[in-house]
Design a protein around this ligand. Structure first.
Ligand code: GAR
Length: 199
């Protein structure tokens, strides 16, 4: 990570669908003094609504056919290299990156996950929280490692689950906090690189 210090970093956001986190990051990148600079968007889904935000904001994007994972990942690595990407932020990217990809990319990868990790790794986080009658849920931004949803936590935000919450209402509440949490976590992470702080 040493080589990342002291210059603007190029960020690539990976998406698969709606792209509301991508939109919040684009909005945040426009705020004065924001360190977030989005250079490239990768989507495994040509119908991803998030691609509209890329087009509207004139951010370069690539749609990747994921039917053959190894080929798809090699193609992505090529685009990342070409665009000198320093940091990947997964924002609703519903493919699991191989350990080979993580190793070859070499730079950090962040992910936002809709639960209070280490609770509820994987899918259907809101359903599981409701079924278990949890009192709290939330969202977590963490570093990506080959072990699913298990890397170091950068930032986490907790919210209360009310008795009348359903999987749908909880998903909506958590998404709302994600939109603030992800930009804050990225800024924190970038700052930690500049000042060589521990995150
Ligand atoms: C978000 O809730 C994000 O945390 C989740 O997908 C949603 C994407 O929404 N990610 C995962 O579940 C990854 N395991 P968006 O496309 O509107 O940003």
């Amino acid at each position: 990570m040493e080589k990342l210090i002291g210059r603007n970093l190029n960020i690539s956001i990976f998406i698969s669908g709606r792209g509301s986190n991508l939109l919040s990051l684009i909005k945040h990148s426009k705020i004065k003094n924001s360190k977030i600079k989005i250079n490239l968007i990768i989507s495994n889904n040509k119908f991803s609504k998030g691609l509209e935000f890329a087009k509207k904001n004139k951010i370069k994007y690539h749609i990747i056919d994921y039917s053959k994972k190894k080929q798809a990942e090699n193609k992505i690595l090529g685009y990342l290299r070409k665009n000198e990407i320093d940091l990947i932020c997964l924002a609703g990217f519903m493919k699991i990156l191989s350990s080979d990809f993580i190793k070859k990319f070499k730079n950090p990868i962040l992910n936002i996950h809709p639960s209070l990790l280490p609770k509820y790794k994987g899918l259907n986080t809101h359903r599981r929280a409701i079924e278990n009658k949890d009192k709290f849920s939330g969202a977590t931004v963490h570093l990506v490692t080959p072990k699913l949803d298990s890397g170091k936590i950068i930032l986490q935000k907790k919210i209360k689950i009310s008795k009348i919450d359903t999987e749908k209402t909880l998903a909506k509440k958590v998404l709302k906090i994600e939109h603030k949490l992800y930009p804050a976590a990225i800024e924190k992470f970038l700052k930690s690189l500049v000042f060589k702080e521990k995150v």
